[in-house]
Design a protein around this ligand. Structure first.
Ligand code: NAD
Ligand code: LMR
Length: 327
């Protein structure tokens, strides 16, 4: 009997950098449960040997190993990986914007990107660390400076905005969130997050209901930051979102066609000086296969996009300038 493409065995080792943190631990758990993952490398400043020992008792096929910076741990963690997921960095406290994290997280992400350039230059890199609008250009600039940048392989993870949008729209409409799909484009912070409600299953949502829904999707992260009251930001929903996106890339590596919104180097608004943008992307074995245009927008959404582009331009420049000034 002929085997379908998707049943071929492909070695898919995944590394999580920042694996002992609030996102890193549940994300690593979900990746341990994913049958497409054949090896799991957990890297953090500390704590990863314990997390790895714990997860290693779960009877799925992947081998889990924990690494810290001692004894060349980053090199070991990155050896032979197909996908690297980066949730390393500090989270927000109430009253902070994601951009307020830039000063701490920019150098963490830059240094991890240097490791990736050296030890896993062909890996697909998934960036969760905030501010995503700036950390993605930081990774790209580092990889460029080392001569190993492939725009098909660097992704900002915006899946949390997508899963929030389907949940929040279902609360407005009283529907099953699992069956809701809302395309969310732009970037990952405040006004750069643009849900395209006209293209959802509920283009009738309008007026104050639409304003409130869009605002909730744009500022959903703040709800969690406020509720955690100083103890950080979304970790569990983010782990689910990160595991879904990493899983989509692994499915694509096996030949399945998967479409996910993600923040990548994009031609869509380059003529307006915005080099990175999130829109629906068809994923393939090499990473980005096709970047989809936004489709038909209404005047309300055109305005949201115009606002998003202004912020994105500044966020991207900040990341690019950081690497130029602090190589
Ligand atoms: P956390 O503090 O619980 O965990 C972060 C982990 O990173 C810690 O274990 C820390 O030791 C580790 N770390 C720090 N520097 C490191 C380095 N140089 N190398 C390896 N590991 C290092 O934080 P968290 O709640 O897991 O959030 C992590 C990041 O993810 C934050 O920047 C947060 O804003 C971001 N985030 C993004 C999204 C998104 O949608 N993209 C969602 C939620 C959170
Ligand atoms: C989120 O959207 O939950 C994350 O980006 C974390 C944050 O700071 O809100």
């Amino acid at each position: 009997k002929p085997r379908s493409n998707s049943s071929f065995f492909i070695a898919s080792k995944v590394a999580v950098l920042g694996a002992a943190g609030g996102i890193g631990q549940p994300l690593s758990l979900l990746l341990k449960l994913n049958k497409d993952v054949t090896g799991l490398s957990l890297y953090d400043l500390r704590g990863t040997p314990g997390v790895a020992a714990d997860l290693s008792h779960i009877p799925t096929n992947s081998k889990v190993t924990g690494y810290t910076p001692e004894k060349g741990g980053l090199k070991e963690a990155l050896a032979g990986v197909e996908v690297v997921v980066i949730p390393a960095g500090v989270p927000r406290k109430p009253g902070m914007t994601r951009d307020d994290l830039f000063n701490t997280n920019a150098s963490i992400v830059r240094d991890l990107a240097k490791g990736i350039a050296e030890f896993a230059p062909k890996a697909k890199v998934l960036i969760i660390s905030n501010p995503v609008n700036s950390t993605v250009p930081i990774v790209a600039e580092v990889l460029k400076s080392k001569g190993v940048y492939d725009p098909k392989k660097v992704f900002g993870v915006t899946t949390l905005d997508v899963i929030r949008a389907s949940r929040f729209i279902s609360e407005v409409k009283g529907t099953n969130p699992a069956e809701e799909t809302v395309t969310v484009v732009g970037g990952h912070s405040g006004h750069t997050i643009v849900p395209l409600i006209s293209q959802s299953g509920h283009p009738d949502i309008s007026g104050e209901t639409l304003d409130a829904l869009v605002n909730r999707i744009q500022f959903g992260g703040d709800e969690v930051v406020k509720a955690k009251d100083g103890a950080g930001s979304a970790t569990l929903s983010m782990a689910q979102a990160g595991a879904r996106f990493a899983g989509s890339l692994l499915k694509a590596a096996k030949g399945e066609t998967v479409v996910e919104p993600t923040y990548v180097e994009s031609p869509l608004f380059k003529d307006q000086g915005v080099d990175y943008f999130s829109s629906k992307v068809t994923l393939g074995p090499e990473g980005v296969k096709e970047i989809h245009p936004l489709g038909k927008l209404n005047a309300y959404e055109e305005k949201l996009i115009a606002t998003a582009l202004e912020d994105l331009k500044k966020n991207i420049k900040k990341g690019v300038d950081f690497v130029a000034q602090n190589p």
